[in-house]
Design a protein around this ligand. Structure first.
Ligand code: NAD
Length: 365
């Protein structure tokens, strides 16, 4: 299997966590005789400093020539005064738009060993396995017109969707639900917003193509509560860009740390993979970052782009095993250090790699 992966590590903890994810991918490639080629390019704050723009052209060109892009995270407090499109986050929005992926997949699952890390009760969250499908190219983040008029003291954004944009992401959600527990929950605010009424009508129409999948609708405010009260009731959750951004961060509470959540963006020219968390400037460079979200993201590359299902499953099961053995990064050990060994970013990466190797070797791969 040949795979060209562009690594855009970005800022803060981005290089630390992508470094561990790449090391796991290299281990998988070595064991299976696969040819994975890695290239590195700048994005975000580091690119603003070096190249004067958050998304340099050669990064974009390299991305478009790759099979997958693995992005760390972008952002830093020193860039906060810049206008939105000049900030590191502008680079992220621009690469997402250029690659054209419209369906952002964000799995949210609870590892038994981490339920004690969550402020939610273990018996409520244990067994949670939700796949969020967030629309990534539309809504208020991209809608025009948009403006902050400092003279008049007014600002506005435009939350806009076309029927086709809703239908294509809904189809992705229904297809994925077919491979899982066959339930889709569509989240909107159709009691207030016209854009949500279009969303609901379109998802309901698309559902007719998937009679074997159950569809339910939820309002986003109610859903924010349901996710915390009864997360096990949800299988695939499809929603628009802004609501998805918020609900998926909220779901980090179930997993125990934002540092555990992987994501993939599909449907465009090149698949884009990134852990859900940001650049975490508060812990950058200290070896405290949890690399498991980035490593699980590498697992998504193997499943979705490389179609190496067994290798992808080995990564998830290695993460589970390492947690079962009591290994934690600092974010996973808060208030619960008894019987656990706290590891640095690198040590955690090495443990997972070792376990992936054991598992794949035992399986004869
Ligand atoms: P954040 O996700 O960076 O951090 C939130 C909290 O979670 C922090 O306390 C951080 O230490 C912790 N955390 C996050 N990831 C962790 C990990 N892997 N291991 C251990 N702890 C982890 O969000 P923020 O603080 O709101 O934003 C910081 C910067 O990141 C900002 O500039 C923001 O714009 C940017 N950001 C970027 C992305 C992205 O690149 N995809 C996403 C969100 C935020």
């Amino acid at each position: 299997m040949n795979l060209k992966i562009l690594v855009t590590a970005g800022d803060g903890i981005g290089p630390e966590v992508t470094g561990e994810a790449v090391a796991v991918l290299k281990e998988v490639a070595a064991l299976g005789g696969h040819d994975f080629a890695f290239m590195e390019k700048r994005i975000g704050g580091v690119a603003i400093v070096e190249d004067g723009t958050p998304l340099p052209q050669d990064t974009l060109d390299a991305a478009l020539a790759s099979d997958a892009v693995l992005l760390g995270a972008v952002g830093g407090n020193e860039f906060n005064a810049l206008p939105p499109d000049k900030r590191p986050e502008g680079g992220l929005l621009a690469i997402r738009a250029a690659l054209g992926g419209f369906a952002n997949l964000r799995p949210c699952f609870s590892f038994k060993e981490l339920t004690v890390n969550s402020p939610l009760r273990p018996e409520v969250i244990e067994g949670t396995d939700i796949l969020f499908v967030r629309e990534l190219l539309g809504g208020a983040y991209f809608g025009k017109p948009r403006e902050w008029n400092k003279e008049t003291g007014t600002a506005f954004n435009t939350m806009i969707y076309r029927r086709e944009e809703v239908a294509r992401v809904a189809r992705v959600a229904f297809e994925l639900a077919r491979q899982r527990r066959k339930k889709v929950t569509s989240v909107d605010k159709a009691n207030v917003l016209e854009v949500s009424q279009l969303w609901r009508a379109t998802v309901t129409e698309v559902a007719k193509e998937f009679p074997d999948v159950t569809l339910e609708h939820q309002y986003v405010d109610a859903m924010a509560m349901h996710i915390l009260n009864r997360p096990r009731d949800f299988d695939v959750v499809v929603t628009e860009n802004l609501f998805g951004d918020i609900l998926t961060d909220e779901s980090g509470v179930i997993t125990g740390s934002l540092g555990m959540l992987p994501s993939a963006t599909i449907g465009g020219k090149v698949d884009l993979y990134e852990p859900v968390h940001g650049s975490a400037p508060d812990i950058a460079g200290k070896g405290l970052a949890n690399p498991l979200g980035a490593i699980l993201t590498a697992g998504m590359i193997l499943r979705l782009t490389a179609k190496l299902e067994a290798e992808s499953a080995a990564i998830r099961s290695a993460v589970r095993k390492v947690l079962e053995q009591g290994y934690r990064t600092a974010d996973l050990a808060r208030g619960n250090r008894e019987g656990v060994t706290v590891l640095s970013t690198r040590e955690m990466g090495a443990k997972v790699r070792e376990t992936v190797k054991e598992q794949l070797s035992a399986a004869g791969r």
